[in-house]
Design a protein around this ligand. Structure first.
Ligand code: ADP
Ligand code: MG
Length: 243
């Protein structure tokens, strides 16, 4: 039996921003592994490096030291074009503030990544409608973002992140702009997609009630990973304290 490599394997990641005036050590030696099909939350105070880590792991930003293997392939050994191509074909992205194009309908927003990847209009439309169906918004396909609620807009964003059938979805504060009920709906949707489609999720969140729905919580402080908790242990510890 062959064991597939972790979807993400990051070793000793160092990232320093040089603003010209000051140097900010945003990541100071981060190790992180994410198995295929795993759903992990990254938590920690504002400014501790969560977004930087997500941007580096997904190849959106470069690192100064360390190595990042994605499905066994080093990001640094890919050319810019290969990295861009890999992102377009195997990764999905969800951000806090939707990033939907206001003049495009839901289905047009969702099909955009496919059109950019030069898929035919017909096939892109059909896959976009399938993705909207998956998130329960097929009936809103023709609505523009302004005509949708916050929770619906975030569902459209999730549909867009899924449309290329990625192996992993990166989500930076996906529920940050939602009330707690909508936040729970969104994390439940991500969990459903994780289980039904084997999709890996790396979710940056401030919200412990979102974190608790994942498999593992990785806590960061000051550019470093300071703690990792398997969810069952988290539940166990909480129960233990309550008893
Ligand atoms: P988080 O997402 O946990 O709030 P970030 O990864 O955004 O944290 O930021 C980590 C640190 O890096 C912070 O001190 C932040 O001010 C700094 N930082 C983030 N982006 C930049 C940038 N483009 N230039 C300079 N410093 C940055
Ligand atoms: Mg951030």
């Amino acid at each position: 039996m062959s064991i597939s490599p972790p979807i993400v394997d990051a070793r000793s990641i160092v990232k320093t921003y040089d603003t010209g005036v000051v140097q900010v050590a945003a990541l100071r030696g981060v190790d992180l592994t994410l198995a295929r099909g795993e759903m992990v939350a990254i938590m920690g105070p504002s400014g501790c490096g969560k977004t930087t880590l997500l941007n580096c792991l997904s190849g959106l930003d470069s690192i100064d030291e360390g190595e990042i293997l994605i499905e066994g392939t080093s990001l640094s050994e890919m050319s810019d074009r290969e990295r861009t191509d890999y992102r377009a074909r195997h990764m999905g992205f969800v951000f806090q503030f939707y990033n939907l194009m206001p003049v495009l309908s839901a289905v047009e927003n969702v099909e955009l990544p496919l059109l950019i990847a030069r898929e035919s209009a017909r096939s892109a439309r059909s896959r976009a409608l399938d993705a909207l169906e998956l998130v329960g918004l097929r009936h809103r396909a023709e609505h523009v973002p302004d005509e949708l609620s916050g929770g619906e807009r975030q569902r459209v964003t999730i549909a867009r992140s899924l449309v290329n059938d990625p192996a992993i979805v990166w989500a930076d504060e996906p529920t940050g702009d939602l009330d707690s009920e909508n936040a729970q709906d969104i994390v439940a949707l991500m969990r459903q997609l994780n289980i039904e489609r084997g999709l890996s999720f790396l979710i940056v969140t401030h919200d412990i009630s979102v974190g608790r729905k994942t498999d593992r919580i990785v806590r960061m402080l000051d550019g470093m990973v300071v703690e990792e908790q398997q969810l069952l242990e988290v539940e166990h510890v909480l129960t233990g304290h309550a008893a």
